[in-house]
Design a protein around this ligand. Structure first.
Ligand code: ATP
Length: 278
């Protein structure tokens, strides 16, 4: 569904993407995980036609973004990182405008708005002004708006940034449901738990390069299942173990403070890049 070959992008002297190769299958939920400035937003902006690529090739569902930009626009739904709803308009009006932009007729728009408000559980807010909505509701409306024209690929750029844990989980459930209903999802995040919980596969991105691509489970298994953070005179060190028993056995006679925890994607990212995701 998504094929990226040798994709490069520079802004002046800054190399945002240094040659990315990637394939995402139809129906996958694929996550780009990396620290600030890794190139996540740049990738999404190029794939959705908002920023011109430097060099390389991008093909979505068999259509080259360079030679068939309008076809590609219709294939893609985008939830950008920053909220860009019309705050003086109602929830329904925001969805309706999007439908008009994509050439949907009045009957189709009405039906689709009805479906989507139910889908994101916002029927009771259909006549609310956007400026009266909470951050979580605005995010849900952004997802509904991106789905209005029934895209085959949904791009989500940091979809839960700034939301509290309970609301974040509600958005995750919605994203999973969109995938289960057949939409391919490409997501960027710097939240470890988000990539771990949602994605089938994850690409670690660092300084415009893909460092590794695998399933969250495979990344974690490469490290071991348990991690022990030891606090001593030299700061904090982390050791990895295959089982909890092995980890616990290693604490015998341990004077320093320690914390035993499950290995996560942050450990794998740190092992591969030498840095933390955030
Ligand atoms: P974040 O998590 O902060 O959103 P990111 O991984 O999405 O980061 P990008 O926003 O793609 O990273 O930025 C990649 C690099 O390109 C950074 O060094 C950034 O400063 C630079 N960059 C991005 N957009 C522009 C621009 N319009 N002009 C100049 N430099 C830019």
């Amino acid at each position: 569904m998504i094929r990226i070959e040798a994709l490069q992008k520079t802004y002046g002297a800054t190399q945002a993407l240094a040659g990315i190769d990637l394939s995402v299958e139809a129906g996958e939920l694929f996550a780009f995980l990396g620290p600030n400035g890794a190139g996540k937003t740049t990738t999404i902006r190029i794939l959705t036609g908002l920023t011109r690529k430097g060099s390389g090739r991008v093909v979505l569902a068999g259509h080259d973004i360079e030679t068939e930009p309008l076809v590609v626009k219709r294939l893609c739904g985008l939830v950008p990182q920053h909220i860009n709803l019309d705050s003086e308009l109602t929830v329904t009006e925001n969805l309706d405008i999007h439908g008009r932009l994509f050439g949907m007729d009045a009957t189709r728009r009405r039906t689709r708005i009805f479906e989507l408000l139910s889908y994101v559980e916002m029927e009771d807010r259909k006549n609310s002004l956007v400026k009266q909505l909470s951050g979580g509701l605005k995010r849900r409306l952004m997802i509904a708006r991106a789905l209005m024209h029934e895209p085959r690929i949904l791009f989500l750029d940091e979809p839960t940034v700034g939301l509290d844990a309970a609301i974040r989980r509600r958005i995750w459930a919605l994203i999973k449901r969109v995938q289960q209903d057949g939409t391919t999802i490409f997501l960027t995040t710097h939240y470890i738990e988000e990539a771990e919980f949602l994605s089938g596969r994850v690409a670690f991105l660092d300084q415009g390069r893909i460092v590794a691509v695998d399933t969250p489970r495979a990344f974690i298994e490469q490290q071991g299942q348990w991690a022990m953070d030891l606090i001593n005179g030299e700061g904090m060190q982390t050791r990895y173990f295959a089982t909890r028993d092995k980890a616990t056995a290693s604490t015998a006679g341990q004077e320093a403070g320690y914390t035993l925890r499950r290995v996560n994607l942050e450990d794998a990212f740190l092992a591969l890049t030498g840095k933390k995701v955030r």
